[in-house]
Design a binder for this molecule. Sequence first.
Ligand code: ZN
Length: 268
Amino acid sequence: MSAVTTRAIVLRTVDVGETDRIVHLLTPDLGRVAAMAKSARKSRKRFPGTLDLLNHLDVELALRPRRMAHIGRARLRTAYLDIRADPTRFAVACRLVELLGRMAPEGGAGGDAQRLYEFASASLDKIEALAPDAKLRLFLQLESLCALGLRPELRACVRCGEELEGGDAFLFNLGDGGAHCGSCRRAASAHGGEGGEGPTVPVHLGTLRALEQGLRIGLEQLHRLAMGPRETREAEQLVGRFQRFHVGLELRSDAFLSEAFAAAPRTA
Ligand SMILES: [Zn+2]
């Protein structure tokens, strides 16, 4: 058994039995870790309100070969009170941690774990600080997918690498992670539809450019990004279907997120 102290973000909690809790953590050194907190719901001394969803902690972990880690002690760094006080912020943050809880690799993959942890920590800080509008929701979702290694190609044809141009809608191929240009599409249909397999989403060049620009400028600068109704609609559909295709299931927080935004006054 070895003991480590690490920073961690709580991605998910599952209560077990009368008093125990399994906590899924994202850490900079160990990646995603599931750890058992014995008597978590009884011991206010070892866990004074710390082992809750979204909390940013310092934890002592006892690592045991081929068995679940144990949490020895936990100290709260940040509870993100402004996120908890606002249903739309909370919903955006819940999707972030649910996505990371499903997709972040287990075990410390060196720099990858560190990078993902820093992404999550910085994103929670931004959700707390920024207006939780539709653009923030969209670009945080896209940034999360990119951080998990699922970066869609937004500029070039995924077949031939030529830069996409033209005013007609492209078909974004979800499996290929990008659109096919006009000549690749014509060549494919001349060969009996080869290369056109798999689900696609229609998308205009302006939408791809807006997504690319939003990623480049970052969440803090999104107010500078102009998106019309068509771009917004196409972008939300594209990113949503891209996520479902690659994550392989509907996230529980997606429905909650739609409800929170439908109930909130429009801030965009
Ligand atoms: Zn092409």
